[in-house]
Design a protein around this ligand. Sequence first.
Ligand SMILES: [Zn+2]
Ligand SMILES: [Zn+2]
Length: 325
Amino acid sequence: MVLDCPRNLLRDAESPDPRPGAGQVLIRINACAVCRTDLHVVDGELPEPKLPLIPGHEIVGRVAEIGKDARRFKVGDRVGVPWLGWTCGQCEYCRTNRENLCSQARFTGYTLDGGYAESCVADERFCFHIPEIYSDTEAAPLLCAGLIGFRSLVRTGDARRLGIYGFGGAAHIITQIAQYQGRKVYAFTRPGDQAGQEFARSLGASWAGDSDSRPPEPLDAAIIFAPAGELIPLALAAVTRGGIVVCGGIHMSDVPSFPYELLWHERTVCSIANLTRRDGEEFFAIAPRVPVRTSVQTFALAEANEALDRLRAGNIHGAAVLVVQ
Ligand SMILES: [Zn+2]
Ligand SMILES: [Zn+2]
């Protein structure tokens, strides 16, 4: 199954704005970052998307209209809309502070219309205030690369030597927080990606090298942001006893078999799914203190396909952001 390309899904200027329902706000979109998950959605690699669909789940805009019973924001407020767009509030996961696992959850730009558009509606309970220090384009990548990257980082506990596989949007944000927390970062890129390795070093990574090479010392933890299953055995081989390998992406190619020895000595492999609103509150509290700066390459809304193509080819350093208005 392949979705229509996003160019065909954009709402044209004559189309009316969506109407905010109860508890929702209508948002005039200023910027929407482009996430690797958008590629998986557009390529049909994730099951049962809303169709037709407007992709995009790293939205920054201003509240233009307030739906019935919505009272968190007022018209003109700047808000961010993340991947997690709605949860049931009643299932065993929602009731135990794990709304990221809600089986009925709806996701922006996947099962809800997203931000590759001039406007969108969003459930106000899942929107965030954006810290003043960020411009719209700087803030957009924080909404997923930042939030889900941060959840991945938290999962590594107090690991001091941290490996990061796949040095894109999430990695460039998380590297800054990791160093602020006193950790050392080891960056792994596609083999031969000298520019990517240089970018990692420029952000303070202690070491940068090819994903199939060994770091200069054993790692306490590794986060894999690249969607390549073969990185799991490589990362396991790089972490020390008791180390953890956190998979931060929503989709990954199959994991090749590997000897149990790589997992032995209490090494752990886990995935990170989605985010909770609490992750967002914690992330937006720490990000301005670091302060996290995002490196963005901007594209016009009509260039969404080019942005996706460049992301697919590994030609984006930092994050791609669509500038809407
Ligand atoms: Zn639920
Ligand atoms: Zn994302």
